[in-house]
Unconditional design. Structure first.
Length: 320
C-alpha cells in the first residue's frame, strides 16, 4: 500500500525567511507576511453559504479579527432551538485555513445532512475558524501563529479565543466535538519548514500518510467512538496505514487509522468543550486515490458517524 510522500531533509537555510538557528522577530514576520497572497475570498466562498442556511439555523457572528486593515467576522450556525434535554455537538472546520475540506465539509453537512438530526441533537457549527488563513491557503494567521496550538484563554490567537468564548456562552454541556482537518503535502513542503525557521529549530522531515485518519485525545481516547468513524469513512475512501515504524506523522498508531495527542496540553481545538466524545479528522487531498470532492464527503460522513455514535452506538450514517 502506498504511503504518502517522503520529503528530503531540508536545511533550515532553505526557508527564505529568517536566519538558521535564530527565532523570528517582527522583521522576519513582516517578511513572511509579504509572501502571503490572497488566493480566494471568504466573503464569496463561505459567508454566502452561511447566510443561505439562515432559514434553517440561527446564524451568529461570534467574533471579529482585524489584520492590517482587513476585517473578518467570525460566523457560526446553531440549531434554532437548543433543547436542554438533548445532547449538544460542536463541529469546527478551517482552524487551519488551508485545509479546505474541513470548511467545505462542515458547510456540506449543514446543507445536506443536518436536517436528519433536527430534534435529536443540538448543533453548533463554526465552518471557517480562520478566514484570513483560508484566503491565503495558509496554516497560520496574520501574526504567524498557529491557532491550533493556542486554544487557551488569553492566548495569542484571536481566532482561538473567540471560539473559546463562543463555547463558553453555551449553557448546555457538550457531548461531542469533531474538528475537521487535512494533512497535505504542503505540510512538509512549506508549513513545517516555516515553523522550524520561525522557532529557530532544525527541520526533520516526516512522511505524509496516504489516507484518512483520526487524532484522539490521549487523556480521553474513546476507542469505540473513533472506530465507529473509521468504519463509516472506510466505506467511502481508504484509511491511512501505519508507516514502517508503526506510526502516523510520528505518533504510534493505537488502532486502525487512529493516533492520540494530549489535546489540552497542546492547546488543540478539540480540547475546548470538555466533551465526552472528541476527535480530529485528517484527510489527504494530495493522494492519487482521492479528490477534493471525496475529501469533502469523507468529512461529512465522519460528522454523521460521530453524531450517530453519540445518539446510538449502533447508529450508521449511511442508512439515514
Amino acid at each position: 500500500m502506498r504511503w504518502g510522500t517522503t520529503f528530503l531533509m531540508v536545511n533550515a537555510s532553505a526557508y527564505p525567511v529568517g536566519t538558521p538557528g535564530q527565532p523570528w522577530g517582527e522583521n522576519e514576520r513582516n517578511q513572511w507576511r509579504a509572501r502571503q497572497v490572497r488566493h480566494r475570498r471568504y466573503d464569496e466562498d463561505v459567508v454566502p453559504r452561511i447566510a443561505a442556511l439562515g432559514d434553517r439555523f440561527e446564524t451568529l457572528v461570534y467574533g471579529r479579527v482585524d489584520y492590517a486593515g482587513e476585517h473578518y467576522d467570525l460566523h457560526a450556525l446553531r440549531s434554532r432551538r437548543f433543547d436542554p434535554a438533548l445532547p449538544t455537538a460542536l463541529i469546527t472546520g478551517g482552524v487551519h485555513g488551508y485545509e479546505t475540506s474541513g470548511v467545505m465539509g462542515a458547510l456540506a453537512f449543514l446543507e445536506t445532512r443536518a436536517d436528519a438530526y433536527a430534534g435529536r441533537i443540538n448543533l453548533l457549527v463554526a465552518p471557517c475558524v480562520s478566514p484570513w488563513a483560508y484566503e491565503r491557503i495558509n496554516r497560520w494567521n496574520h501574526d504567524a501563529i498557529d491557532p491550533n496550538r493556542n486554544f487557551r484563554t488569553g492566548g495569542p490567537s484571536g481566532e482561538a479565543t473567540a471560539l473559546i468564548a463562543l463555547v463558553a456562552s453555551v449553557a448546555q454541556p457538550f457531548a461531542l466535538h469533531i474538528d475537521l482537518h487535512e494533512t497535505t503535502d504542503s505540510d512538509e513542503a512549506e508549513f513545517r519548514p516555516a515553523l522550524c525557521a520561525r522557532d529557530g529549530k532544525p527541520f526533520l522531515p516526516e512522511t505524509i500518510p496516504d489516507g484518512f485518519y483520526l487524532c484522539a485525545d490521549s487523556e480521553n481516547p474513546q476507542p469505540a467512538f473513533q472506530q465507529a468513524i473509521i468504519a463509516a469513512v472506510g466505506k467511502l475512501t481508504h484509511i491511512a496505514p501505519p508507516d514502517a515504524k508503526g506510526e502516523i506523522i510520528g505518533s504510534p498508531v493505537v488502532a486502525h487509522g487512529v493516533i492520540e495527542y494530549p489535546v489540552a496540553k497542546l492547546g488543540l481545538c478539540a480540547s475546548i468543550t470538555g466533551a465526552r466524545f472528541t476527535t480530529t479528522t485528517e484527510v489527504y487531498p494530495d493522494s492519487p486515490r482521492s479528490t477534493p470532492e471525496l475529501c469533502m464527503l469523507a468529512q461529512v460522513i465522519a460528522v454523521c458517524a460521530a453524531l450517530d455514535h453519540v445518539l446510538d452506538p449502533e447508529g450508521n450514517c449511511g442508512t439515514r
